[in-house]
Write a protein that binds this ligand. Structure first.
Ligand code: FE2
Length: 497
């Protein structure tokens, strides 16, 4: 009898431990990653695990619609040029081992708006897209962003900003480039479900339903098995690929396999860029060659990709990895760090080599191609312009940056530094703002206020004389902090008498 009861107790004990561990792991997910636990599914998501999302496979007459269910179901997809969805319909059966569905809508008229509806049992999802522009098109608009991992609630704000652009100008309903790091751990299905394709984030889901998602692979995609499962682009060797879209050619690089001179990927990139006759060529990757601190500059991009960009007149290399916005200009090639798609923000350092502009904000980039001109702008989730510039392409294909308008918040390192007793501090604000610029010692005590008033848009330079501060200041480390609008930046300086 005693043995019997102790056996029962052990079983209960094991069950209790299992329940406790499950609860703690769920709670830890919420605490560590800052997103809410999955909500109870709505009626629309009864059978849906991933709502329909779009992929452009490089064929201008096609659009791919992908979705995933929680169980085996035959689905129907209908599409057309209006919401009567009368151009066609098809049944789809699942493929693979986890109830994935895919349908390639074909024979599309270039540059036309299409609506589609996916019916999966009691679930019905709708979306729309524009087919790719005609191959002879000379104009194009598109978006770029990246590093969406870990904080889908911030990713959702970025998606909301992108959707608002489409709302105000339907010409922007084309495609969105992503520089990778889509989820915290791309090797775990959990993160794809809860961070990326979570029903709770309506703007993200709407963006996926309305813009083909064209992504590079980041380090957080891990072994890329699940990344390739959910984003099955027509890869070369399972890793890299390129596609045309109107007047643009996009080369998507995988930095987690070899791309040094003579490697298979390098040779492919070289041949691919050489073979493209498109007037505008872009490179999409994850780790930028020139960026503003945090993760260091990627030397392989500097050594192998940059020379190809110069050779083939690539105006912009899109990267991320560092969670902020930064622009670097290197021999006519602009390296954009657009890692503010939702991941925790880093502090960019504008004093890094070749850096022109930085901004610590969740943001997205808008690119407009108009014949021989490229117009670039980046916006934070509040709708504030954080950078803009243009590139001109002359008839021989050479590119030149011009009309550079830094239009952002930044706080530069003081100069000289160390200093005695005088130094200057430069900052920039994109619009008229109330600004404070204060100096504190290492104990946090305020020792000087250099600015405490409304300032006009643009660059400002302020002199600080440590000899004129109260009683003069002793040698040591000091910190200066700029506050303007929602922006705060602090830098260190050294007074050496
Ligand atoms: Fe990364």
């Amino acid at each position: 009898m005693i043995t019997y009861f102790s056996r029962i107790s052990k079983s209960k004990y094991v069950i209790l431990i299992f329940i406790a561990v499950s609860f703690i792991s769920l709670l830890t997910g919420e605490i560590l990653h800052g997103y809410p636990l999955s909500k109870v599914k709505s009626a629309q998501w009864t059978n849906t695990r991933k709502a329909p999302y779009l992929i452009y496979n490089g064929n201008a007459n096609q659009m791919e619609v992908h979705w995933q269910l929680t169980s085996t179901k035959t689905c129907t997809i209908e599409w057309g040029t209006d919401t009567s969805y009368s151009d066609g319909s098809a049944n789809t059966a699942e493929y693979g081992s986890s109830h994935q569905h895919k349908y390639v809508i074909d024979n599309l008229t270039p540059g036309a708006k299409y609506y589609y509806k996916v019916i999966a049992g009691s679930d019905a999802h709708t979306g729309s897209f524009y087919s790719a522009p005609d191959t002879s098109a000379t104009q194009l608009k598109f978006f770029a962003y990246g590093d969406t991992r870990s904080h889908p609630e911030d990713h959702d704000k970025v998606a909301r900003g992108i959707l608002s652009e489409i709302n105000s100008n339907p010409d922007f309903q084309t495609l969105v480039l992503s520089v990778g790091d889509l989820v915290s751990d791309g090797e775990q299905e959990y993160y794809w479900d809860d961070e990326f394709f979570n029903e709770s984030y309506s703007h993200i889901n709407q963006m996926f339903a309305e813009l083909p998602y064209q992504s590079a692979r980041g380090n957080h995609e891990g072994n890329c098995i699940l990344f390739n499962k959910y984003f099955p682009y027509p890869y070369v060797n399972f890793h890299y690929w390129s596609f045309d879209y109107g007047p643009a050619h996009f080369v998507v690089i995988d930095q987690y396999i070899n791309y040094s001179t003579g490697s298979a990927q390098y040779n492919w990139i070289d041949n691919d860029l050489a073979a493209s006759s498109k007037p505008w060529k872009f490179i999409l990757l994850h780790e930028p060659g020139w960026t503003a601190g945090g993760h260091s500059n990627n030397q392989d991009v500097q050594n192998y990709i940059q020379p190809l960009c110069v050779k083939y007149h690539v105006p912009i290399v899109f990267g991320g990895h560092n969670h902020y916005y930064a622009r670097a200009d290197v021999n006519g090639v602009t390296h954009i760090t657009t890692g503010g798609g939702g991941a925790p923000l880093y502090n960019p350092d504008p004093s890094y080599p070749n850096i022109v502009v930085t901004a610590k904000s969740h943001h997205y980039c808008k690119i407009v191609l108009d014949n021989n001109m490229l117009y670039f702008s980046a916006y934070n989730v509040g709708g504030t312009l954080i950078d803009t510039f243009s590139v001109e392409r002359n008839p021989s294909g050479l590119i030149s940056n011009n009309e550079v308008h830094p239009a952002e918040f930044y706080l530069k390192q003081n100069f000289p530094n160390p200093f005695n007793p005088q130094t200057s501090i430069e900052f920039s604000i994109p619009q008229n703002e109330f600004v404070t610029l204060k100096i504190n010692d290492v104990l946090g005590r305020e020792v000087a206020t250099l600015v405490n008033s409304k300032q006009s848009q643009g660059k400002h330079s302020v002199q600080f004389n440590a000899g004129s501060a109260i009683c003069g200041l002793p040698s040591g480390i000091y910190f200066y902090t700029l506050r303007a609008g929602g922006y705060i930046a602090t830098k260190k300086m050294i007074l050496m008498k």
